[in-house]
Every structure is written in C-alpha cells, then in structure tokens.
Design a protein. Structure first.
Length: 235
C-alpha cells in the first residue's frame, strides 16, 4: 500500500507531481474533481488488497460507502482502467486487474527500455545539482534498507526522479502508470528474501556510473537492475 508518507517522499523527489492528487484516506471528498478523489481512494483499496486482483468491483456498494452517486464512481473507474489497475468487461462491470506471469514480463520489458534510456540521458546531460538529488535519494535508500515500506517508496521516487531528470515527459508518464500496475503483482520483486540488499547494491553501481558520466555503463546497469527485478518477481 502507498501510504501518505510515501506520497510525500515522491512529491519531495518530483516537485512537478500535482500535490492535489496526494489525498489522504480521511480527507473529505472535495466538490471539485470528485471523481479524482474517488479514484485515489480506490487505488488505496487496491494497493492495500482490500480490493483483491481479479475481484469484481461492486460500484453500487462502493458509491454508497463513499456517499456519492454512481456517476463519479464510474468516472473514477475509467481513470483506473486507463492506468491499467482496473479491467472493464462488457456487461459484467469492472474488475481489479490480475497480473499474469506474461503481464509481469511485459511490464518489466517496457520499464527496462524506458529507464535504461533515461539513465543514459541523465549520465550525459544532467546537471551536478540533479545528480546530487539522485545521490540523496540513494543515500535515503541506504538508511531505509531494513524498513521495507519506506524503501519501496524511496525506490519508486528514485526511478521516477531519474526519468524526470532525463526530460522525456512521455516516458515519465508511461513509467508512472506501469509502476502502479506493478503493485498488483503478488510476487513483487522486492518481497524476495535478500532482494532489498541486492537492489541497493545495484543502485550504488548505477549511481557511480551516473556520477562518472559513463552513459554506456548507466544504460547497461539499469537494464541489468530491472532484469534482476523481473527474475525475483517471477520466481
């Protein structure tokens, strides 16, 4: 589950992310963009497994729980469907997306393409200040290696910040949505015993390549990092 502190970490690392979207579970639903608030509450239920992958989403019951009509509920489900978190089935309604082994492989494949390219761009073109921001996130990872939930949030913030620094907003948008979908996988790569420490060591090598402006090494190391993540997630 992405907790409030995780969103704050992500916001600190990526200031361009809209703070309005960082809602808390007990915040009153705002009249403005009601469906966005509903979508955020549904995300929280999906990521916390209150709504299990593969389960049918009872729109009427949820609308009653939230004290809203079914119109903003349906609009929220459309948002989550675009993100890949929800699957709409004709005459059957909405279901929480269930990740197959092939889905996991495909997501990691696309992320490896996007993020390895971004790593090369950052090594070649990032400012010293931007590299220092990534180093600060890496050092936070080192402190949080035995605090899994914090580590998850900072790890995501690092990857999204790297994409942000690379400067391709389309890659950032795609990767943001793909990382949401990854949370549906029951065998998240960082759940594997010892994977947090392995991931941290891979980040350290990547940071060295970025600081040394070695674009070829940065591309190779990021691809290897995600390949290792896939191996752990598919195990």
């Amino acid at each position: 589950m992405m907790h409030n502190y995780e969103f704050k970490i992500l916001l600190a690392a990526s200031p361009e992310i809209d703070a309005v979207s960082l809602t808390t579970p007990d915040r009153a639903l705002s009249p403005r963009a009601l469906y966005q608030d509903v979508a955020e509450r549904l995300r929280e239920r999906i990521f916390s497994r209150e709504l299990e992958p593969g389960s049918w989403i009872d729109e009427q019951k949820l609308a009653a729980d939230f004290g809203i009509s079914r119109t903003p509920m349906r609009e929220a489900l459309k948002v989550l469907a675009v993100e890949g978190l929800v699957t709409m089935k004709v005459r059957r309604g909405a279901y929480v997306t269930e990740m197959s082994v092939e889905d996991v492989k495909q997501v990691y494949h696309v992320l490896a393409l996007l993020e390895s390219d971004a790593a090369g761009e950052v090594a070649r073109h990032a400012s010293s200040t931007q590299i220092a921001q990534l180093r600060a996130l890496h050092e936070r990872l080192e402190r949080e290696v035995h605090q899994r939930e914090f580590f998850f949030a900072t790890n995501e913030a690092f990857h999204l910040q790297l994409l942000s620094v690379a400067g391709n907003r389309w890659s950032l948008q795609l990767a943001t949505d793909l990382r949401k979908v990854m949370k549906l996988n029951r065998h998240h790569s960082l759940f594997k015993q010892g994977r947090l420490e392995e991931s941290l060591a891979e980040h350290q090598l990547l940071m060295q390549a970025l600081e040394q402006r070695d674009a070829d090494a940065a591309v190779r190391l990021m691809r290897q990092h995600l390949d290792n993540g896939l191996e752990a997630a598919a195990a």
